[in-house]
Design a protein around this ligand. Sequence first.
Ligand SMILES: O=C(O)CCC(=O)C(=O)O
Ligand SMILES: [Fe+2]
Length: 277
Amino acid sequence: MSLTITPLSPALGAQISGVDISRDITAAQRDAIEQALLQHQVLFFRDQPINPEQQARFAARFGDLHIHPIYPNVPNTPQVLVLDTAVTDVRDNAVWHTDVTFLPTPALGAVLSAKQLPAYGGDTLWASGIAAFEALSAPLRGMLDGLTATHDFTKSFPLERFGTTAEDLARWEATRRNNPPLSHPVVRTHPVSGRKALFVNEGFTTRINELSELESEALLKLLFAHATRPEFSIRWRWQEHDVAFWDNRVTQHFAVDDYRPNRRVMHRATILGDVPF
Ligand SMILES: O=C(O)CCC(=O)C(=O)O
Ligand SMILES: [Fe+2]
C-alpha cells in the first residue's frame, strides 16, 4: 500500500496515511516520508498506537537520536522523553520555539506521540520559517541574510522553574555550563532542500549580534510576530495515538497551555541535526 499525503494548509502541514509506523518501515516508505517532510515541514499521522521502542526505531530511521538534558525519559528508552503535566512543568513549550536551538547542532526534527489528552484544549501550532522568510520584503530579506543571532538555553529554562530541588539544580547548572549562549544565522538554508528560512525563535533567541541592543530588540519583536502569523502556521487538534513529525530546521511550534489542571502526556523522540548555515 502506498502513502497518501493530504496537504492541510498552503504554508505547511500534511496528513499521512497508508503506513503503519509501529512496524519497521521499508526504505521506500522512509524516503516518501522524508520527501513529504521536506515539502510540508510538519506531518501528522492518525491512529498510530506506538510504544517507546517503536517510536525510537521510527525516528532513528531519519538520524541519530538526542537525549534531552532536562526533561525526564522513558525508563529503558532514554531516547524518548516524557512531557507529562503531572510530572514536569511544561509551560516553557507555551512560547513559540524551535527545539534545542541552544545547541551548536539543533535537532533535525522530532516525532511526538499523544499518549493522554484532555477532553479538549492542548492543541499544538507549527509555523513555517520558509513561508515567513519568503513573505518579507526583498530589502529586509537582504538585510537579514548574513546576520547572526544569540540563542540562550536559560531564556526558556530559567533557574526559577528548573532549580527547585537540589538534583534539578545540579542538572540545570551542568546544562548551563555545557551550553553557553551561542550564535546561529538569522536566515538558515535548509541543508537538503536549499530553501531559506527565518531561524530566530522567541524561546531561545536573545539578540541579533550585529545590531545595537535597541535595534536588535525592535527587529526581534517584529520577526517573532511576523514568523507566527496565522497564514504561516497550522493548529493541530490532537487525538490519542496521533503522531506529529516536524522538520525542526525550518519550523517553530507552540504548545497551547489551556487545559491544566487536566493531565496531558506526550512522548517525543528527537533527531540530531547539523550545524545551521
Ligand atoms: O506538547 C506539545 O504538544 C509540544 C511540546 C514541545 O514543544 C515539544 O515536544 O517540542
Ligand atoms: Fe518544542
